[in-house]
Design a protein around this ligand. Structure first.
Ligand code: ATP
Ligand code: MG
Length: 772
């Protein structure tokens, strides 16, 4: 026990040592919140609490595994294995497998990923004969998802005139009907979507007091990491389960709440003290993760938020180097800068690739980074985006496997009923869907009985359906005795999937075959791994459960040492010695879609705070002058967040360094100038690469970025008294007329109609405009 406490400072020990009662640890980034949770669990176990009685909810399954390993090293692995630990979704999926029958779900229910949900919604919209340009399936999906996360059931929806009116006003009066049909169809297919895992858990605990009592008794100690990002549905589950013993410990940081767009409710943390008796609140102040420069820079940015709890974050670590701010002309150049920098920093300091992370606001930004890393032969791994399991060929194999476990799984069936082609066309499928409705059966059940039913399908097609059903049955028999790997291998061969791709013969086809091989390799490892777990067998259903819940973050990192690329949302809770935050431009970060209200902007700022506080030794902030967005080259302005950092923590690189670093022209894979690109390149006004003395234009751009005192709103002298109708001149865009002014202080923007460039919105703090 001494050893356990040795790794904690005094403030961290207090919540570890308080065995019982409700408590909350509120503290800034890197102050050891996650460490406190881990040690608290180890300590409880040392005090004799049974691992079976502890429930710990984390942000990713990967984090749960790491905590488990750590705890295992203190209290022994065999004990640690019994802990209930994981994301909300994985823990409650497990409970729903056991208890779902109360709600009419089979224990082997399928978990629909968002692609499955969207396909189903899109099919329903079509079946109902609605205009798909008005009822956009993605929007409808997110609306339904938001209902579910606020626990608005179909019934509740139809009892709520305000909601119905809002949808009617948005010209989508039939949302409620789509919602109802979607819920019915999922139920009939024996499927739950991601939101259901929480919604149905709530339903289960609310409707079946004996089930609630069982789990209340079981989970005597509950711990929640990243509490600031729990949504209403998660909040209610925790509250219900903790009600009996009230031994609940939540940790979080209001400054890192970044999931409001998905329904996370920061009030959960602010109101915590009201929810439980005698809540003890602990604060941690010392950051162990980052250098002084990084900690203080992050503090100086988050200061700009009005809505926040007062917190102190300091560190005893060294000052460290200043944060490097780097400007490039294009995203290609930005990528090359980052790649070169990683290459050199790694060489000079004898580091691993895994010491580096590149963080961005949107997934699309990864491409330029990937290209640059590939050219320098730097291994990398992308988290998020189109994950391995989202690829078409992988989803095809998985769809077959899903049908074996749950034949009622409608989305899986539709995906492969005619792939590879076996002459079962769209009309046949439509007839099957109608028959399924008519007989109140699943499509597969209709197919099983196709020979005896009166359906308008000709006998040759009936035969084809019969053959398909037979094939699935034979796989199913196999799956009852064989492990997941053996079944999948047979499926890939016998269905003709592999042959189909081989026939294709294109490089893409070959890459697809390799991906399927990769899937099979992964399954083999999985089956091996399951052998170590007490009551696991390596069966197909265990594998599918694992895949359905694997967020991209959870994929096991292989042995290869790689640079990590991910969105900032996914980086929460992680740390890396060297962090590059790229694309720091207005309208990208902060996102153009999140600048309408102060609260949206504050969420973007918290996101920036999360990004910056991932860095241990050195942070880099990069931005470009122009960027392709939606297929067009757009002029970009540096993000306000750079300017919000107190200047003393920044090292703003001169354009000279920039150009010495790399030639500005694109190079091909052999490092030679890529002539085709050279010709296509748009002439860049005013900032041609030069070696030697900076030009006036470069100096001006450099000055533009120099941070000024940050807390007071300021208007640039040049832009003072700007008003509608004035004619102005801009260095890059030329002459134009002011057609509107909006916002105040720091956020003030002018909408200007430029003679050649068209209408642009410029942030006045940055835009150097000359009034004519
Ligand atoms: P975040 O808000 O980003 O999730 P956190 O508050 O959860 O951060 P941790 O990840 O627990 O912080 O800790 C940050 C780093 O500091 C980790 O590398 C951790 O091991 C280390 N650390 C925490 N407490 C101590 C301590 N008392 N002594 C030494 N290192 C510590
Ligand atoms: Mg943490």
């Amino acid at each position: 026990m001494e050893a356990l406490l040795e790794g904690l400072n005094e403030a961290q020990r207090a919540p570890v040592l308080q065995k019982d009662g409700a408590m909350m640890v509120i503290a800034g980034a890197g102050s050891g919140k996650t460490r406190v949770l881990t040690m608290r669990i180890a300590y409880l176990m040392q005090q004799g609490v049974d691992a079976f009685n502890i429930l710990s909810l984390t942000f990713t399954n990967k984090a749960a595994r790491e905590m488990k390993t750590r705890i295992g090293s203190i209290v022994g692995n065999s004990e640690a294995k019994n802990l209930w630990m994981g994301t909300f979704h994985s823990v409650f999926a497990k409970i729903l497998r056991i208890e779902g029958h109360h709600l009419g779900f089979p224990p082997n229910f399928t978990i629909y990923d968002s692609q499955d949900s969207q396909r189903l919604i899109s099919a329903i919209i079509k079946e109902m004969g609605l205009d798909k340009d008005i009822y956009k399936y993605k929007q409808v999906h997110s609306r339904i998802s938001s209902f579910k996360n606020s626990l608005i059931t179909v019934k509740a929806y139809f009892q709520n005139p305000e909601l119905m009116e809002a949808d009617a006003m948005a010209k989508k009066p039939r949302i409620g009907e789509i919602y109802k049909e979607y819920v019915d169809r999922c139920f009939k297919a024996g499927a739950m979507d991601f939101d259901d895992l929480l919604l149905r858990t709530n339903e289960l605990l609310a409707r079946f007091p004996e089930v609630l009592a069982k789990y209340q008794k079981r989970f005597q100690y509950i711990l929640v990491d990243e509490y600031q990002d729990t949504n209403h549905s998660q909040y209610l589950i925790v509250k219900a389960l903790a009600d009996r013993y009230q031994n609940i410990c939540v940790v979080g940081d209001d400054s890192q709440s970044i999931y409001a767009f998905r329904g996370a409710n920061i009030n959960n943390i602010l109101n915590y003290q009201r929810d439980y008796d005698d809540v003890k609140v602990y604060r941690l102040e010392q950051n162990y993760r980052s250098t002084k420069n990084i900690v203080e820079a992050a503090n100086s940015v988050i200061e700009h938020n009005k809505t926040k709890l007062d917190k102190v974050v300091w560190t005893a670590n060294d000052d460290g180097p200043k944060i490097i701010v780097h400007r490039s002309l294009t995203d290609g150049e930005e990528g090359r800068y980052v790649a070169s920098n990683i290459f050199e920093t790694k060489m000079n300091n004898q580091l691993q690739h895994s010491d580096f992370a590149i963080l961005y606001r949107t997934n699309a930004q990864s491409r330029a980074m990937e290209d640059a890393l590939r050219k320098r032969e730097i291994p990398y791994r992308i988290f998020g985006g189109l994950s391995f399991y989202q690829r078409k060929e992988i989803k095809d194999v998985l769809a077959y496997l899903r049908i074996l476990v749950n034949p009622n799984d409608e989305e899986a069936l539709k995906r492969v009923i005619n792939y590879p082609a076996r002459g079962i066309g769209a009309t046949t499928l439509d007839r099957l869907v109608i028959a399924a409705k008519q007989y109140d059966r699943s499509i597969f059940e209709v197919m099983e009985n196709i020979q005896h039913l009166d359906i308008k399908i000709n006998s040759s097609t009936k035969n084809k359906l019969y053959n398909f059903v037979n094939m699935i049955h034979s796989f199913k028999i196999l799956s009852e005795n064989a492990d997941a790997f053996a079944v999948a291998e047979t499926v890939a061969r016998k269905t003709g999937l592999l042959q189909e791709l081989k026939k294709d013969g294109t490089p893409e086809g070959i890459a697809r075959i390799e991906n399927i091989e990769e899937l099979l390799n992964g399954m083999r490892d999985f089956v091996e791994g399951q052998k170590e777990i007490a009551d696991a067998t390596g069966s197909l259903s265990e594998f599918l459960e694992d895949v359905a819940l694997a967020t991209d973050m959870d994929k096991d990192i292989d042995d290869v040492d790689r640079v990590s690329l991910m969105t900032i949302h996914l980086a929460k809770g992680l740390e890396f010695p060297y962090v590059y935050i790229v694309g720091l431009e207005e309208d990208l970060f902060p996102s153009g879609m999140s600048m309408n209200t102060r609260s949206e902007l504050e969420e973007e700022r918290r996101l920036f705070y999360v990004a910056l506080t991932r860095a241990e030794k050195q942070a880099y902030l990069t931005y470009t002058e122009s960027r392709y967005r939606w297929g067009k080259l757009i002029d970009a302005e540096p993000s306000r967040f750079i300017e919000e950092i107190n200047e003393q923590y920044l090292d703003i690189q001169t354009p000279m360094d920039n150009y010495r670093y790399k030639p500005m022209i694109d190079t091909d894979i052999f490092g030679e100038p890529d002539k085709s690109k050279l010709r296509l390149k748009k002439p860049v006004s005013g900032s041609a690469p030069t070696v030697g003395k900076p030009t006036e234009d470069q100096l001006r751009k450099l000055r533009k970025l120099r941070p000024q005192s940050t807390s007071q709103p300021q208007t640039d002298d040049l832009n003072g008294n700007l008003s509608k109708g004035m004619r102005v001149e801009h260095s890059r865009f030329g002459h134009g007329e002011v057609i509107g002014i909006e916002g105040v202080g720091q956020d003030q923007k002018a909408e200007i109609n430029f003679q050649t460039g068209g209408i642009k919105k410029l942030l006045l703090r940055f835009a150097k405009l000359k009034i004519l």
